[in-house]
Write a protein that binds this ligand. Structure first.
Ligand code: GLN
Length: 483
């Protein structure tokens, strides 16, 4: 039963082959048995899950339908869940029980989804290996000595290991797409503003966006449908109707114009990944797509711009964790300054402290023009590059990451080495564009992802291309040994 996708679960529940409660019990037992190897969950919510499953079964018994009604999922532990610990992977929030549900959590619960637990993540979503979590590193089910990617590494490892069919995640600079690539999943970062950020603990507010992690594009369509939509509580949420994503899956790819940026295939890209990406292009050509070389000249400066803008926003967002209002407070403070200093010094881990310092520095009076303003100018150039490219092509295709998942600990002493691995993903966040990563093959037994980018609000196009690709390839069906 644990091999079923969301789409198959919906059919099984509708056909009364099993109940949501039965499925939920199977998956909870599987998590108890296998998660100790992976560490993909921070909290399990067994009681809530069984209540929600029974409620979903009762709704189905009364004739209600819906693709998510009774479907087991989990939430990345930065989505606020009422009365349940919402840690953001940090000691700072280890004792924080959210007083309300994030909009995404509330919407999915209303659609009948069953929450099995809260997944592990890099502290405050800062990282790309899930090693900065206060709750310990997450292991990649494809090779337990390797990282699962980050910051949504817990959601990715759990879904890849078939502990559950899908999970929510967030992407500030790649944290849905990169872990999807590292664990053989399909992950979608929507257009900025498509999914409400209300109740999603902020890292860098102008870049953060929630989205689905699942095994197939078909399942991403189902989960995104439950997450997307206007929310008056989020002033950056966009009041545009949400299309029927599942209905968009079956469009023909005849004549689809795919742009492949020449800058993507430079030094730094593992040549074996380059070959797999070219193979995926050929596959799409067989389905009728036409390929065109394009240029995204500001890809390299974009990394530097991102690692100024994201820390700058983080330094402001994280100033609320002061030991006074909520979260960790140090023991026996001498005075107010000591309380602030020690609460933040003891509550935040090394990577978070590094980012706060970089961000505060870049925003300080003497350096604002040289760093922050300059980074914002590069951000505009990145957006302009994409706008020019989308005049000529319908979709942009390339690798999700330059290398496959690295070994645990391999980049701990060199944060910049890890930052450089984000080269293909962060431009979509800077521009606010939607992006998807899907399985494209293996290198040394580790999964490789191909990334697709589309114009604003064209999530349906991304899902369409990925679904057609998945109907004609079987990479996404591979299961890690031992799971
Ligand atoms: N690796 C990037 C960072 O550390 C992206 C993280 C994310 O998308 N949350 O900032």
């Amino acid at each position: 039963m644990h091999q079923l996708t969301l789409a198959e679960i919906a059919r099984g529940l509708a056909d009364k082959k099993f109940s949501s409660e039965e499925l939920t019990r199977v998956l909870l037992a599987r998590i108890a048995q296998l998660d100790p190897q992976l560490n993909s969950f921070i909290s399990l919510t067994e009681e809530l899950a069984l209540q929600q499953a029974q409620a979903a079964d009762a709704r189905r018994a009364k004739g209600e339908t819906g693709a998510l009604l009774g479907a087991p999922i989990a939430h990345k532990d930065l989505f606020c869940t009422q009365g349940i610990r919402t840690s953001c992977g940090s000691k700072m929030l280890d004792n924080f029980k959210a007083p309300y549900d994030a909009t995404v959590v509330a919407k999915l619960a209303a659609a009948g989804a069953v929450t099995l637990g809260k997944t592990n993540m890099d502290e405050f979503a800062m990282g790309s290996a899930n090693e900065s979590s206060y709750y310990g590193a997450v292991k990649n089910p494809w090779n337990l000595e390797h990282v699962p990617g980050g910051s949504s590494g817990g959601s990715a490892a759990a879904v890849a290991a078939r502990l559950l069919p899908a999970a929510t995640a967030t992407d500030t600079g790649g944290s849905i797409r990169q872990p999807a690539a590292f664990t053989n999943l399909t992950g979608l970062k929507p257009t900025y503003g498509r999914v409400s950020r209300w109740g999603m603990i902020a890292y860098a507010s102008s870049l953060d966006q929630g989205g689905p992690l699942a095994r197939t594009a078909e399942d991403c369509a189902i989960l995104l449908q439950g997450m997307a939509g206007f929310d008056a509580n989020d002033s950056t949420s966009i009041d545009e109707p949400v299309p029927d994503y599942s209905a968009s899956l079956n469009g023909s790819l005849q004549g689809l114009r795919i742009g492949v940026p020449k800058e993507y295939f430079s030094e730094g890209l593992d040549p074996r990944i380059a070959e797999l990406i070219h193979n995926s292009v050929k596959e799409l050509q067989k389905l009728g797509a036409v390929v065109k070389e394009i240029s995204l000249p500001n890809m390299q400066p974009a990394i530097a711009a991102y690692y100024v803008i994201a820390p700058a926003e983080a330094s402001s967002n994280l100033s609320r964790f002061d030991g006074v209002r909520f979260g960790y407070r140090c023991e026996d403070p001498k005075d107010l300054t000591d309380l602030y200093k020690r609460s933040r010094g003891e509550g935040f881990g090394a990577e978070v402290q590094r980012r706060i310092m970089v961000g505060a520095y870049a925003l300080s009076a003497g350096y604002y023009d040289a760093y922050y303003l300059k980074a914002q100018k590069i951000r505009r150039l990145v957006k302009n590059d994409f706008m020019a490219a989308f005049n000529e092509v319908d979709i942009i295709l390339g690798p999700t990451t330059p290398n496959p998942a690295w070994k645990l600990g391999a980049k701990n002493s060199d944060p910049v080495a890890a930052y450089l691995e984000d080269v293909y993903t962060i431009t979509a966040n800077l521009a606010g564009l939607p992006g998807l990563s899907m399985p494209a093959g293996f290198v040394d037994g580790l999964p490789v992802g191909v990334q697709l980018l589309a114009p604003y609000f064209q999530e349906g196009r991304l899902l369409n291309v990925a679904h057609q690709y998945q109907l004609n390839t079987d990479w996404h069906t591979r299961t890690p040994t031992g799971f």
